[in-house]
Every structure is written in C-alpha cells, then in structure tokens.
Design a protein around this ligand. Structure first.
Ligand SMILES: NC(=O)c1ccc[n+]([C@@H]2O[C@H](COP(=O)([O-])OP(=O)(O)OC[C@H]3O[C@@H](n4cnc5c(N)ncnc54)[C@H](OP(=O)(O)O)[C@@H]3O)[C@@H](O)[C@H]2O)c1
Length: 279
C-alpha cells in the first residue's frame, strides 16, 4: 500500500517515488549527463511514455523531457534501439505497448503522452469500402489507441493509489474541422478533446490530471506533405504569425503540461497555431 500524507496530498508510491501531482509541479531529481533509462528509473525520475516519439513533435517532446531529467520511454511503429515498437493500427498493440513500457520502467509509469498520429487523405469519392477502411484506420490510431492507453494509465494509477498525468496531442482540427479529405482526422481529434475533458473531470479528485495541446501546422513530415499538396506558401497566408510552428515550440507546451502545469489547469486545452484559429 502507498504511504499517504493526506494533509499535504503528497504520496509515496510503492517503489518510493514521490508524487505530488495533486498540488502542481512534479519534483525531478537533478539528472545531468547522459544517463540511461534504467539509471534514470533507479534514480526515481518520473517515467514518461511518449507515443509516436521517433520523429516530429514526439521526438522533440522526448528530447525536451529527457533534458529535464525525466525517464522517457520512446515509441514508434517499429522496434529500434531505444524505441518500443507497436503498430497502433493493430487493436492489441496499445495494451502490448503499455505492458512493455511498464516492464522497462520497473512497474510504474507516471505520465502518458498520447502523441502518435496519422494524417492520411481519405477522399469522399474513394470506394465505399476504401473510405470506411481509411476512416477506421485513422480513428483507431488517433483516438482508440489513445483511449486504450489512457484507460490503462488511469487504472494503473488507481491501483497504485497515486496521481498521474496524461497529455494529449490533439489538433486545431478538433475545433475548426479540416479539409474535405480529412473528416476522420478532425473527428478523431475532436473525440480526443472530449475524452480528455472527461478524464480531467472524472479523476481530478484522485490526483489524475489531463491536459491537451491543439497545434496548428507544425514543421514535421506530417505537415510538410500536406502543405505541399495544398499549395504550400499560399496556405501560410492564413497564419498571422507568418510561419508554421516548430516541433520544439509544441514540445515546450507538452513539457509544461507534463511536468510544470499547476493541478488547477487540469482539463485545459492549449492552442498553438500562430493565431490562424482563435476561439
Ligand atoms: N504536424 C502538424 O502540423 C500537426 C498539427 C496538429 C496536430 N498534430 C498532431 O501531432 C502529433 C504528432 O504529429 P507529427 O507532425 O509529429 O507527425 P509525424 O512527424 O508524422 O510523426 C508521427 C509519429 O506517430 C507515429 N505513428 C504514426 N502511425 C503510427 C502507428 N500506426 N502506430 C504507431 N505509431 C505511429 C510515427 O511513428 P513511425 O516513425 O514509426 O512511423 C511517428 O513517431 C499527431 O498526433 C498529429 O496529429 C500535428
């Protein structure tokens, strides 16, 4: 059983890690230098699973979280050195990813970042079956797998009697919608925001907090393909800032949500789109 100090709401988890999620920032050990994941876990750094962290926003997030001293578990479709492989298009893979990450972390994960995502065109004049396949693939990767992982994380923290944090990387599309070939992408991101708010409201009293980031165009492979297909510089005219975001800018917001945001911010959605969509 965890040791609880109700007055200060500080909890000590079974592996000795001090968790103070309820009241704000997460204490980090001072880890400077190229420590391995195992060394960081042993030094009781907060363990963070970042999905889709082989490239783009997820890679920038993993880098920035590691620089802050966290023990980051990286994930991509395929296994590679330092990367857990799990194709989230497969229904069983979210659970396998969680189990493998838990094993690497010695049984305790503190923070989940749902970042993996797919942005594939699904034109409405495709065949019925092709359109349905495209819809289901995007919903599974961008929403269902994030829901599966979030559920496993919430139950994991409840079973340990500790708090935890989830950061969802959604999209401006959740509020604004997307192109005619991306009904599925907008629907998945809108669903992610609704799920995020539900988690935040449902478990805040248990110290389980949820945050969401909604980027606009960000300079990754994903946006590069889209911008090229939709006229490139013309699209930039819609962004008052005059440029797309860098992955490092979005990562900075993700790091804040994961490590620094006060508990009262749970349920918040942070926009980052160069004022291209202001709500
Ligand atoms: N870039 C933008 O303009 C933008 C705007 C708004 C929101 N977002 C959101 O930000 C997140 C990151 O986007 P990004 O631009 O960094 O994308 P990216 O550069 O294309 O990287 C996508 C990441 O997700 C992983 N991934 C994709 N399909 C997967 C699958 N089936 N199973 C497991 N992992 C999979 C990729 O792993 P592999 O390397 O193994 O393929 C990669 O690590 C996404 O959720 C995206 O919707 C991006």
């Amino acid at each position: 059983m965890p040791v609880e100090h109700e007055a200060s709401a500080i909890r000590i988890s079974p592996n000795g890690r001090v968790c103070n999620y309820r009241d704000g920032a997460i204490p980090l050990p001072l880890l400077h230098g190229p420590y391995s994941l195992v060394e960081r876990v042993m030094m009781q750094a907060p363990v963070i699973l970042v999905t889709g962290s082989t490239r783009g926003i997820g890679a920038a997030l993993a880098e920035a979280l590691g620089a802050r001293g966290a023990a980051v578990i990286r994930h991509g479709r395929k296994e590679a050195p330092g990367v857990v492989g799990a194709d989230l298009g497969e229904p069983a893979s979210a659970e396998m990813l969680w189990e493998q990450a838990l094993e690497m972390a010695g049984g305790a994960i503190d923070i989940l970042v749902n970042n993996a995502g797919l942005f594939a065109a699904n034109p409405i004049d495709a065949s019925d079956i092709a359109w349905l396949d495209g819809w289901e693939e995007t919903l599974r990767i961008n929403l269902t797998s994030a829901a599966q992982l979030s559920r496993l994380a919430v139950r994991h923290w409840q079973a340990r009697g500790v708090g935890g944090r989830i950061v969802h990387v959604a999209s401006r599309a959740a509020y604004r919608g997307d192109s005619p070939a991306h009904w599925h992408y907008a629907a998945a991101k809108g669903g992610m925001i609704a799920m995020h708010k539900t988690i935040a409201r449902g478990y805040a009293a248990q110290g389980i907090l949820s945050f969401a980031v909604t980027p606009g165009f960000t300079n990754t492979d994903m946006a590069g393909d889209y911008l090229a297909s939709r006229g490139g510089p013309g699209l930039l005219a819609d962004i008052p800032l005059g440029r797309v975001a860098s992955p490092e800018e979005i990562a900075a917001i993700g790091v804040f949500c994961a490590l620094d945001a006060p508990a009262s911010m749970t349920g918040a959605v942070i926009d980052a789109n160069g004022a291209s969509f202001v709500r």
